[in-house]
Design a protein around this ligand. Structure first.
Ligand SMILES: Nc1ncnc2c1ncn2[C@@H]1O[C@H](COP(=O)(O)OP(=O)(O)O)[C@@H](O)[C@H]1O
Ligand SMILES: [Mg+2]
Length: 99
């Protein structure tokens, strides 16, 4: 079954030099809830920012891997396109949800 969301070997770098996450892969099947756990600084927020397209404001970039949302791959997701697809990013609660 096609996952709602898949991360494939995601790598994100801040300021062109500081690798924040590397080799992150996960799948969110339909009707599933997936939690991202980790210590402070492990990369949870960065991963969610990459999914939702909110990396640019922090001068971060996806430099490897990809985000696949509803079967559509993207290395440069835009917040507006996720919104149009029915998804949202809630920074205060650090979560990503689909309507
Ligand atoms: N705006 C930023 N500029 C530079 N490095 C950052 C920034 N935000 C986070 N980092 C670094 O990225 C790594 C992952 O951080 P983060 O995604 O915030 O982890 P978590 O949410 O799991 O605590 C850490 O090493 C952190 O210092
Ligand atoms: Mg965080």
């Amino acid at each position: 079954m096609t996952p709602v969301l898949a991360l494939e070997n995601l790598e994100v770098v801040y300021h062109h030099v500081a690798t924040a996450v590397q080799g992150v892969s996960l799948r969110v099947p339909p009707r599933a809830i997936v939690a991202l756990l980790g210590t402070n600084g492990a990369g949870k927020t960065t991963t969610l920012r990459a999914i939702s397209g909110f990396l640019g404001a922090d001068d971060a970039q996806i430099v490897d891997g990809r985000v696949v949302f509803l079967g559509r791959p993207s290395r440069a997701a835009r917040p507006t396109s996720w919104r149009a697809a029915g998804s949202s990013w809630c920074p205060s609660a650090t979560r990503f949800s689909r309507r």
